[in-house]
Write a protein that binds this ligand. Structure first.
Ligand code: HH2
Length: 298
């Protein structure tokens, strides 16, 4: 029993440069899109002052990691040049790095990742799982950064054109193992890696729902999972709601994800989803750790 939980603890450690995150506890990653065209919040935080204010608000609401992105990945989005992405992302990373926050940069470009790491970021969130830029894996290895390896079938331009799988969960698990081996070859240690099944990236509505239903199967990989269902189209497909009306659907997906073992949830609505995640986590544990009301029964 002691050995088993020691192993579980080790598997839940995520080393991100000089920081060590204990992912035995669920962490909320707040989304900060510094873009003109992101699918739900495009244009709102292009101004660095607005972005920094939003970052502070998310941290006060319970975000422990901030994911800063300068290029929309929504289907059909126009790609940003390196210069444009740097111009959007860097001022925000520089200003936030002065505080004690854990910063992730959502990019597939090695030059953007490197500049953000130089400015003080700890994590590279790469939706291509190190396949988009041959220089990305060496940069992550060199800095000892934490890395999110996300699954995507196709590219943002093509991914929603008839995605197909033999078995969506088994195919994604095989992809994770392949990318883990590639990361290892590049000198990236296993304890730097978190996997993400990539909700909405080359998946039909049913693929996304199946991933959520069977998320627990990824536990066999022995690395923490990140889940990004926030406000996505599959929720609109189930509930018939627009992008600005998907809070409850996101909550259901976050709760299901946490109950099935997700360690990090990437969300826009940080205050509400922090509560949902904490509640789901307490149910998962069957214990309200640290709550003064724990034994009162009220
Ligand atoms: N989803 C989006 C972007 N980056 N990264 C990870 N690891 N997982 C995700 O599910 C994920 C991601 C898309 O959401 P958003 O950032 O809100 O939109 P956009 O790409 O349009 O900026």
């Amino acid at each position: 029993m002691g050995d088993k939980s020691a192993t579980a603890n080790l598997r839940s450690i995520w080393r991100c440069r000089d920081r060590t995150l204990d992912l035995c506890r669920v962490h909320v990653m707040g989304i900060l899109n510094v873009t003109p065209d992101s699918f739900s919040d495009g244009g709102r935080y292009l101004d660095p002052d607005a972005a920094v204010a939003r970052a502070r608000e998310m941290v006060e609401s319970g975000a422990e990691i901030l994911d800063i992105g300068g290029e929309s990945t929504r289907p059909g989005a126009t790609p940003a040049t390196v210069e444009e992405e740097l111009r959007r992302v860097l001022p925000v990373v520089e200003r936030l790095a002065a505080s004690d926050l854990i910063l992730s940069v959502d990019t597939s470009k090695a030059a953007v990742a490197k500049a953000a790491l130089d400015a003080g970021a700890q994590i590279v969130n790469d939706i291509t799982a190190l396949r988009g830029d041959p220089d990305m894996a060496p940069v992550v290895a060199q800095y000892g950064a934490g890395v999110v390896l996300m699954h995507m079938q196709g590219t943002p331009r093509t991914m929603q054109k008839e995605p197909s799988y033999a078995d969506v969960v088994a195919d994604i698990a095989a992809f994770f193992e392949e990318r883990r081996a590639a990361a290892k070859d590049a000198g990236i240690a296993d304890d730097r890696i978190v996997f993400d099944p990539g909700i909405g990236f080359g998946k039909t509505v049913d693929h996304n729902l199946t991933i959520l239903k069977r998320l627990g199967e990824f536990e066999a990989l022995g690395r923490p999972l990140l889940l990004g269902p926030s406000r996505k189209r599959f929720i609109g497909a189930v509930l018939g709601t627009d992008v600005d009306d998907r809070l409850e659907g996101t909550a259901a997906a976050v709760a299901a994800g946490v109950l099935a073992g997700a360690a990090i949830v990437r969300v826009h609505d940080v205050k509400a989803m922090s509560r949902v995640a904490r509640m789901a986590e307490a149910i998962r544990r069957g214990a309200a750790a640290g709550s003064p009301a724990a034994d009162r029964g009220d």
